[in-house]
Structure formats: structure tokens, C-alpha cells
Design a protein. Structure first.
Length: 449
């Protein structure tokens, strides 16, 4: 969870101002336990407001691609074993423009991106009502050599919420950093025209990732495979490496005492020190950068899984670190699981994901130790997932949502609901028991029992 550690709010004497300040602390995810104690005559009211906010404080933010830990899992939530026969209760629903950018949350703010009227829009909505809080818009001219009309004009990347800022990059590589509270622009950079980054056929899609006081993105090209920008002003903290990039978002992992930034690039997967950009290891593979690949899945047992479509298949690496040096060994390659543009979740020693590109679409379970296929089940369309309370919430591209238990022996569907019509390739996000979903026309919130 991102908090502004240095901010302390002092409560003035007026009781209404007390509640407004506490509400602001919650809304911006400031640490409310650091609020100065109010005058004695207002302490009872103050305590009442704090008690009302306690249930909200237990909700975990979903501040980045993949959620709090980047693994599409969320804890501290209890979900029912079934859904109402009439379907999930709808909290709100509203029109939205085109795009596949997923939803991120902080406090009672919900942030995503969309395209409308030849412009890209970075928007914050009230998570309880869907009402627009602020919107930052800018004109977009598609980059020569890209084809974003066939599969959708974007945006494809998911925003990052961190330290009171929102960082978001559009389909043409325009990176904007805005203030979370107001949407006012703080700084911007152009990854393609200014920094001469890689032009991918389907446009830019990697999501930004935060580390300390920086935001890091794959850019591509000589000396700028990765670029780290300072969150405060957008200045370049470091830029290194010569690889061309892919559509995959980078992930942070912890190996021993070392934090590593893992990046799936063109025909190689690499890890660097996120503080300096120093190369820690590199492993070559045949997957082209223009292929659609899954976000790497890391586990503390040292295994790193990644998968790609178009015949590339899935691979598992074993990482070991000794004396600040990482050794990489490829454990197995499994061509029967080819993740296209959905995500993969690991539970125990099994990875689960939707496999298939131009072939049959199969929900697949792989043994992470051996790469053996444990089971495959044909499905109606690709599915993305989130995991909570021992259950999977699977959202198929046709708008059908499933509550299911996936085990090494198979899948048991516990509930099913139709949430929308039309194509939906965007991974859902979970904010407590509120499921945030979008397609290429609408955005909506559903209440899970």
C-alpha cells in the first residue's frame, strides 16, 4: 500500500473540519493514525468518525498492474461459497471509452485510462459511485509502423499509483505523471519520439513499476532498454542496456537479500538492480518482443515462470543467488501452455492460466516443478483471473464471470454470472469485495458476497 509517510494532518477546532480532514486522509490514503489529537470537546465525534472508517481501512489498495504484490492475489477478504441466483449486485455502471487498461485503486479513488474523440484520457472515478473526480486528456497521433486499429486503439498499459502520484503511459509511449488528488500534471516524457524507444506493432503496453522514489519502464534501443525516472520531476535517474522491449510489464522480485527487476525483452529475459540499472543476469529465449506474453510469475522457492503465444509455450527458470551473483537454469519448456494476453496465477506448486492463440482455448494447470500438464479444460474464450480467499474469480472475454476453485485435480465452478456483452480483455481487479470490471465501452463495479 502506498502512503505519504511524511504527511501529518493537524485537526483544527471546528468539528466539521475534523471530519473533512479525516475523510481527506482516507481518500488520499494518508496514515490516519498520525492525525494530531483534536480538542477535548470534539474527541467523541472524532472517535465516532474513526470507528466508521475502520472497515474501509481494512480494504487493500490495488495500486498497480497485478495488485499489491503484482501477483493478482489479495488477502484479508472472505468470500461466500456461492452467488445469489439473481446474479451479483451491481454497485454502479457507466460508459467509458475504448481501451484495455485495467483499473487501479487507492482509498476511494479508482483510476484507469481510455480513448475517446482521438484523445487518450487518464481518469479518476469515485469508487463508490463511478462519478468522475478528475480527468487528464491529451491528443494522440499514432506512431508510424504500428497497427492499433485492428485490435483496438488502446490504451493498453495500466496506471501506477504511488506516493500521491499517478504515472500512466499511453499506446504511443506518452508517459504522464499527475497528482493523485487533483489530476494536475506534474511532468511528462515521450518514450518514442523523445527517447527513441522501440516501436511495437500493437503499440506500447508495458505498465510502469515503482521503486523507492522512481518509476521504471522498458523503453528499448541502444543504452535505453530500461529507463528509471524520478517521481518528483521526471528526470532520468538511470538508463541502461541495449535490448528491444516487449509488451510485458516488468516485475520486482526478492531473491535472498537482493531486490531484482525482471524484464521480459525481445528474445531474452533479464534482471537488473532497480536502484542502479546494473545487469544481474540474462537468459536467452526464442520469444520475439512483438509476441503477446504473460507477466512473469515469481515465487520465493526461486522459480520464475513465463509464457507466450504463437507457439512459444511456457518456461520455468530456477534462480539461485550466492555472494551477490545469480545463477540461472532453465528447468523445463512446455509448448502445450501458450498464454496469449491473459494472466497466470500460482497457488502452491501449480500455475493456472488460460492457454491458446489460434488454437483451442484451454484453462490449463501445470506442475511448476516438472512442467507436466496436470489438466486442461476447454473454455468459451480466454479468461483473466484474480485470487482471494482460496478462490479464483475468472473473467472470460465474453463478459462471463466465474467463481471457482482450481486444484491440481481440476476445476470446480461454484457460481457464474454474466457481467457484460462485447469483448473484454482487461483483467479484473478486486477492492475488498468490490469487483472492478471494464470492456471497450463500459466500466462497472460489482459487489461480491
Amino acid at each position: 500500500m502506498s502512503t505519504v509517510e511524511s504527511c501529518t494532518i493537524s485537526l483544527p477546532g471546528d468539528a466539521m473540519q475534523h471530519t473533512e480532514q479525516i475523510e481527506k486522509a482516507w481518500y488520499l490514503r494518508l496514515p490516519v493514525w498520525r492525525l494530531a489529537v483534536p480538542p477535548l470537546n470534539h474527541r467523541r465525534l472524532w472517535m465516532m468518525v474513526m470507528l466508521l472508517l475502520l472497515p474501509l481501512a481494512g480494504r487493500a489498495d490495488w495500486p498497480q498492474w497485478g495488485g499489491p504484490q503484482g501477483n493478482f492475489k489479495i488477502g484479508d477478504v472472505t468470500l461466500a461459497e456461492d452467488w445469489p441466483a439473481a446474479g451479483l449486485p451491481l454497485v454502479w455502471r457507466r460508459p467509458l471509452g475504448d481501451g484495455y487498461s485495467s483499473v487501479v485503486t487507492s482509498g476511494n479513488q479508482l483510476v484507469t485510462m481510455y480513448r475517446a474523440d482521438d484523445r487518450e484520457h487518464l481518469v479518476a472515478l469515485d469508487a463508490s459511485s463511478g462519478e468522475t473526480l478528475w480527468r487528464h486528456s491529451y491528443a494522440v497521433e499514432f506512431v508510424e509502423g504500428t497497427n492499433v486499429q485492428e485490435f483496438g486503439p488502446g490504451p493498453l498499459s495500466t496506471p501506477l499509483i504511488r506516493d500521491g502520484h499517478v504515472c500512466a503511459v499511453g499506446v504511443t509511449g506518452m508517459l504522464h505523471c499527475v497528482d493523485l488528488a487533483s489530476g494536475k500534471i506534474v511532468w511528462k516524457r515521450d518514450l518514442v519520439r523523445e527517447l527513441h524507444g522501440t516501436k511495437l506493432y500493437r503499440g506500447y503496453s508495458a505498465s510502469p513499476i515503482g521503486f523507492r522514489d522512481t518509476v521504471i519502464l522498458p523503453v528499448g534501443g541502444a543504452g535505453r532498454g530500461l529507463v528509471s525516472f524520478r517521481m518528483q520531476d521526471g528526470a532520468i535517474a538511470w538508463q541502461k542496456h541495449d535490448f528491444e522491449i516487449s509488451h510485458v510489464s516488468p516485475v520486482l522480485i526478492r531473491l535472498g537479500e537482493q531486490t531484482q527487476l525482471v524484464v521480459t525483452a525481445d528474445k531474452q529475459i533479464v534482471a537488473v538492480d532497480p536502484a542502479t540499472g546494473r545487469l544481474l543476469w540474462r537468459h536467452e529465449h526464442p520469444i520475439r518482443g512483438g509476441y503477446i506474453s504473460s507477466t512473469p510469475v515469481w515465487h520465493e522457492d526461486g522459480r520464475l515462470f513465463f509464457s507466450a503465444a504463437y507457439g512459444a509455450g511456457s518456461r520455468c527458470l530456477e534462480l539461485t543467488c550466492q555472494d551477490d551473483r545469480t545463477t540461472v537454469q532453465e528447468l523445463w519448456h512446455q509448448p502445450r501452455m501458450r498464454v496469449h494476453h491473459s494472466n497466470v496465477i500460482r497457488v502452491g506448486d501449480v500455475v493456472y492460466g488460460s492457454s491458446g492463440d489460434f488454437s483451442a482455448l484451454l484453462l490449463t494447470a501445470l506442475d511448476i516443478k516438472t512442467g507436466n500438464v496436470l489438466w486442461q479444460e476447454r473454455q468459451k474464450g480466454r479468461a483473466s483471473a484474480v485470487y482471494a480467499d482460496g478462490k479464483f474469480i475468472l473473467l472470460r472475454e465474453d463478459g462471463t464471470c466465474l467463481l471457482a476453485r482450481l486444484t491440481p485435480k481440476g476445476m470446480t465452478v461454484q457460481a457464474e454470472a454474466k457481467l457484460f456483452d462485447g469483448r473484454g480483455w482487461t483483467a479484473p481487479t478486486l477492492d475488498g469485495k468490490r469487483l472492478n470490471v471494464r470492456n471497450r465501452k463500459e466500466i462497472m463495479a460489482w459487489q461480491l458476497p
